[in-house]
Design a binder for this molecule. Structure first.
Ligand code: SF4
Length: 316
């Protein structure tokens, strides 16, 4: 690990200004991903801005009947919150499907959205990787790509986003609230928060360097059966090959987001509309423009089958 300086920010504004004044600074909260990346020399910040003391750890009802989740709410606290369990069960189910109890005790809501891909080549500093070192090439294309994305890919990168929670929040139309160093606030729909790799896979969100996530907002509850099904190579402590987060109403309508297939949580309006017609049509709409590799082509059918299982579970 390289040497770095460290400060504890005492306000959101101070944290944003500290980031604005140092292009090599990083925010740190739970550190469950960043510290690993620093030890491996993948992330090399010269300065860490600790945001744990900013008081962003409350879950509160909003005036429109939704929920405001502070950026620093720990994953365990979010998953076990009474209102979340009752009205946003999809979030709880997705959270407990991810990581381990110890990691969930430490990891934060904002950090969960910002965690980086688990592409093995990204973590192997002996291998070319455009995300780690722009312009060096992509070892996964033509390499071992069983875990990788099948849609929204580019010639530069085929990595997936690893978050389970983000899939639930995408299905629930979450909005990310931020503050920049100049005091400007933004409300960014989660649909627009993560980017596709394109020619710049090292850029993963629309956040500016000096932008602090303060909260994630959930709209008023939508009811329905909320199911998160994660398919992975082993029963626990593994990232999704494919995951399906769905909210399904009695009349067959609903919404669905899919993980393990793209650089961001994947949701398509046509797939939501096709849900009453069954898994085949909805999965077809979700992955209409898929560009799988030979090794991960199986994910196309796996999405359909996983969605089929989710629809069957909803029907009881
Ligand atoms: Fe790097 Fe993306 Fe290629 Fe993985 S898929 S090696 S993260 S560029």
């Amino acid at each position: 690990m390289r040497a770095f300086t460290y400060e504890r920010a005492t306000s959101v504004e101070a944290a944003a200004k500290a980031a604005a004044s140092n292009p090599d600074a990083k925010f740190i909260a739970g550190g469950t991903n960043l510290l690993d990346l620093m030890k491996l020399d993948i992330e090399t910040p010269t300065h860490l801005i600790d945001v744990n003391g900013l008081g962003l750890d409350e879950i509160k009802a909003t005036s429109d009947g939704g929920l405001r989740i502070g950026a620093l709410v720990r994953n365990t606290d979010l998953a076990t919150h009474d209102t979340v369990r009752r009205d946003y069960g999809l979030v709880t189910r997705a959270l407990v499907a991810g990581a381990s109890g110890q990691l969930r005790n430490r990891a934060t809501t904002a950090g969960n959205l910002l965690q980086r891909t688990r592409c093995p080549y990204f973590y192997d500093t002996n291998q070319p990787c455009n995300k780690r070192q722009p312009g060096s090439g992509c070892s996964a294309i033509g390499g071992f790509s069983r875990q990788h994305a099948v849609i929204g890919v580019s010639d530069a990168c085929i990595a997936t986003h690893p978050s389970d929670m983000a899939i639930a929040m995408r299905a629930l139309d979450a909005v990310v609230e931020t503050v920049k160093a100049d005091g400007t606030q933004r409300s960014i729909p989660l649909a627009d928060f993560h980017t596709l790799p394109g020619e710049t896979p090292h850029i993963e969100t629309v956040l500016n360097r000096d932008e602090v996530i303060t909260a994630v907002l959930l709209p008023p509850p939508v009811g329905g059966k909320q199911i998160y099904r994660k398919v992975r190579d082993r029963a626990s402590y593994a990232f999704a090959l494919v995951s399906v987060g769905a909210v399904l109403q009695r009349d067959g309508t609903g919404r669905v987001a899919v993980g393990g297939v793209a650089h961001k949580p994947w949701r398509v309006a046509e797939a939501d509309a096709a849900l009453p017609n069954g898994a085949r049509q909805a999965a077809g709409a979700l992955l209409a423009d898929a560009q799988p590799t030979e090794q991960n082509r199986f994910k196309i059918q796996l999405v359909e089958r996983t969605l089929g299982a989710v629809l069957a579970e909803a029907r009881g």
